[in-house]
Design a protein around this ligand. Structure first.
Ligand code: TMP
Length: 261
C-alpha cells in the first residue's frame, strides 16, 4: 500500500489517499485550535501522543464490538484507516456539565448529570459548528433515523466503556466528541465510528484533584499540555511509567521515525 496525495486537511489532521481505494492515511498534526480556529498554535509532540492514545482507545472499542475506521497505526504520526463518508454532525456526550453547556444554560460547572447527555452540532467550521436538534438532522437529511438510532446505541456503549476505562486509571471522563462515517459494504452503507478519540476531543479530569488533563489546558491557557497528555498515555499503559517523555523527546522520536520510512 503506497501513500498518495493529500485529500483533506482539517485543523488537527491530514488525510492522504493510498493505492487501495478503500483505505486512507490519517496524519496527526501538532496544530492546536480552539473556539473554531479563533485561537491557534503548534504544540510539538501533541500529534504523536494523540495518534497513540486514539489508537489505544479505538482498538479497545473494537474489541468490545464497536466497529470503527482504525486499521492499524503506521508510525508515530500516522494510521491507516478505512475510507468513510463522514456524517456532518459532531456528537457531544456529557457526563458532567462544563464548557459550552454551562455557559449556554447557566448550569453550575462540575454538575454531575443523572444520565449521559447527547448534543448534536453541525460539522461546519464556517458556521462555528452550531448546536442543532435531532429533528434538524432529519429535516436536512444529514443522517437517517435508522442511522441515528444505531449511533445513539453505539454512543452509550462507548461512553460506558470509556468511563470505566478512565475510572480504572484515576481519570474522570467529563465529556467528549465523536464522529461517525458511512462505510460502503456490498452496496449498502454501514455506520461506523471514525475520526479520533484523544485528549483533544475529550475532557479528562484527575479523579482526586480535578486537574485538567486535556485540551482545556490550551483553551484556558493553563500550560503544560504535553505533560498532561503524557500523563494520560502513561496511565493508560501506552507509555512506560519510567519514560520521561518531553516534547523534545517526542520530536526526536518522530524524526527518527521519518528517517526510517
Ligand atoms: P464544548 O463544551 O466546548 O461544547 O465541548 C464539549 C466536548 O467536545 C469537549 O470534550 C471538547 C469536545 N469538542 C471537540 O472535540 N471539538 C469541537 O469542535 C468542540 C466544540 C468540542
Amino acid at each position: 500500500m503506497k501513500k498518495g496525495k493529500k485529500i483533506y486537511e482539517g485543523k488537527a489532521k491530514i488525510i492522504y489517499s493510498t493505492s487501495d481505494k478503500n483505505l486512507v492515511i490519517q496524519y496527526f498534526k501538532d496544530d492546536a485550535t480552539a473556539f473554531n480556529n479563533v485561537k491557534r498554535t503548534t504544540i510539538e509532540g501533541k500529534g504523536v501522543l494523540n495518534n497513540r492514545i486514539s489508537e489505544h482507545i479505538l482498538s479497545n472499542l473494537s474489541q468490545i464490538g464497536i466497529q470503527n475506521h482504525l486499521v492499524k497505526r503506521l508510525n508515530m504520526r500516522e494510521q491507516v484507516i478505512k475510507f468513510v463518508e463522514i456524517i456532518p454532525v459532531e456528537f457531544i456526550i456529557r457526563n458532567v456539565a462544563t464548557g459550552s453547556l454551562t455557559k449556554r444554560l447557566g448550569i453550575e460547572d462540575g454538575t454531575v448529570l443523572k444520565e449521559p447527555l447527547i448534543e448534536y452540532c453541525l460539522k461546519d467550521d464556517k458556521l462555528g459548528d452550531p448546536l442543532i436538534s435531532e429533528d434538524h438532522i432529519y429535516a436536512f437529511e444529514w443522517a437517517s433515523k435508522k442511522e441515528i438510532e444505531k449511533i445513539k446505541k453505539m454512543i452509550f456503549r462507548i461512553n460506558d466503556f470509556m468511563v470505566g476505562m478512565f475510572r480504572g486509571v484515576g481519570i474522570k471522563l467529563i465529556d467528549f466528541k465523536l464522529e461517525f462515517g458511512r462505510l460502503k459494504n456490498n452496496g449498502k452503507k454501514d455506520v461506523i465510528l471514525a475520526d479520533e478519540i484523544s485528549p483533544d476531543t475529550c475532557r479528562l479530569w484527575d479523579s482526586i484533584t480535578d486537574k485538567k488533563l486535556d485540551k482545556d489546558r490550551f483553551r484556558k491557557d493553563l500550560g503544560d499540555l504535553i505533560p498532561a497528555y503524557t500523563e494520560v498515555a502513561k496511565r493508560l499503559g501506552i507509555l512506560h511509567e519510567q519514560s520521561n517523555v518531553s516534547a523534545v523527546n517526542i520530536t526526536k522520536l518522530s524524526s527518527v521515525n521519518k528517517k526510517r520510512r
